[in-house]
Design a protein around this ligand. Structure first.
Ligand code: AMP
Ligand code: GLY
Length: 420
């Protein structure tokens, strides 16, 4: 079966690497891909948010399975177009209706409230209820959180420490700090707890839960500096034990899947639950409608079985056939980033990696592309995700860091405290 994978980050490199092992795979195409995905398949050039262009490519390349990596094409309705126009292509990723769970935080919070999913109390605000919002802010204790409604590439949530800070942030956002994405916002209570990411494969009826991971979102050691897409990840997560995961299934996953059904929203793909553990109880901070990056790297290392076949089952509406297991090992991912990330970075510097990493290590190139000269060069902030796998976190971390130190490019940097 030919597979088309949309996206070009470390997540797509991790997925391509895993798909390459599947006996189901014919030709793997990745659009646009990167220097890492080129090792496992053929990169093609395509506007991945243009549903018509993606549908045309699916027909031309005889694609049996389309896997949508990032959220933007899903929110733009690419899955809808391909489902409608290409009956021979199964699609892994929800239609725009389902993708609104990530595309609109207000939609997601209202969905959680309607279906009894535990989440922080909130109010939705736009230009019509600013006075009500001001009143709400005066009644809150601080810190609190203000979030842009729309997609902001992971930068749309601001933790405010005081009423004055909250008022300024509210007006800044409604005034267009993130363009149209922040013309509507939510204000919510701050939840003090420990975060984890849970990925659920679902066809809207049945579901399978992948190994739980923790992401390191801040740029600097000790959780300092600005929020990023993620600077590292670890799996398993000590506080997300089996009792906690049972609660997640009962209080978050089941009501979500039932809620999708009762709201008449078809859903075939992955649901990413951004959870906060508070006193042993799960609270949902957000839904994403795609796998996380860099969490995918560690999650896949601990997932046993044929991941491509599992995605194909989900895409065909047969999630009950998913047959994956969780390995008793540990995985640590360290992101090697270019100077300036999460802001703009200088592109073009050559990247060199160890071609034969040690046992248990893998280097996944994300923000690097190869030119005609065959040299991989920096193309965006998170240049490489380096994974270490071993029987425990301590050893997995040693392997990950030893290998990350072999990834070389001008002004490379990484957090030194992942999984400590
Ligand atoms: P989000 O954009 O919802 O993923 O939020 C980004 C990050 O902000 C999360 O990963 C948390 O670290 C933090 N955050 C978001 N909402 C809350 C909350 N209600 N309480 C505490 N931290 C939060
Ligand atoms: N690592 C967080 C995300 O993918 O959204």
């Amino acid at each position: 079966m030919n597979v088309l994978l949309l996206g070009g980050g470390g997540r797509e490199c991790a997925l391509a690497r895993r798909f390459a092992h599947s006996p189901l795979l014919g030709q793997l195409y990745i659009a646009p891909g990167n220097a890492g995905t080129a090792v496992y398949g053929r990169n093609i050039s395509l506007d991945i948010t243009d549903g018509q262009a993606v549908a045309d490519a699916c027909r031309e390349l005889k694609v049996g399975l389309l896997v949508v990596g990032p959220e933007a094409p899903l929110v733009a309705g690419v899955a809808d177009t391909v489902r409608c126009q290409c009956p021979g292509t199964a699609v892994f990723g929800p239609d725009a209706d389902g993708a609104a769970l990530e595309g609109s935080k207000i939609f997601a919070k209202e969905f959680m409230t309607r279906h009894g999913v535990p989440t922080a109390p909130f109010i939705a605000v736009d230009s019509s209820n600013i006075a009500e919002a001001e009143e709400y802010l005066r009644g809150l204790s601080y810190p609190a959180v203000i979030k842009a409604d729309g997609l902001c590439g992971g930068k749309g949530s601001v933790i405010v420490d005081s009423l004055a800070d909250a008022q300024a942030t509210l007006h800044d956002m409604l005034g267009g700090r993130f363009g149209d994405a922040s013309r509507r916002v939510i204000i919510e209570d701050y939840l003090p707890g420990r975060e984890c990411s849970v990925f659920v494969l679902t066809d809207g009826k049945d579901f399978a839960v992948l190994p739980v991971a923790r992401d390191y979102k801040r740029a600097g050691d000790g959780d300092t500096g600005p929020n990023t897409g993620g600077m590292g990840a670890v799996s398993p997560v000590e506080y997300a034990d089996s009792t906690f995961m049972e609660r997640v299934a009962e209080r978050v996953i089941l009501p979500t899947v039932q809620g999708l059904q009762s709201d008449g929203i078809p859903y075939r793909g992955v649901l990413y639950l951004g959870l906060m553990e508070v006193g042993g109880e799960p609270y949902l901070l957000e839904y994403n409608v795609r796998m996380g990056d860099p969490e995918t790297a560690v999650v896949l290392e601990r997932t046993t079985g044929d991941v491509l076949r599992a995605f194909y089952s989900v895409a065909r509406g047969a999630a009950r056939e998913v047959c994956l297991g969780i390995a008793e090992n540990a995985a640590v991912a360290v992101v090697v980033a270019a100077k300036g990330y999460p802001g703009a970075v200088k592109t073009g510097a050559p990247v060199t990696v160890e071609t034969q990493p040690e046992t248990g290590a893998a280097v996944l190139l994300g923000g690097a592309v190869k030119g005609a000269d065959g040299v991989a060069r920096v193309a965006s902030g998170r240049v490489a995700t380096v994974v270490g796998v071993d029987k425990d976190i301590f050893n997995a971390r040693l392997i990950a860091y030893r290998t990350a130190d072999t990834v070389k490019f001008l002004d490379a940097s990484m957090r030194r405290d992942i999984a400590f």
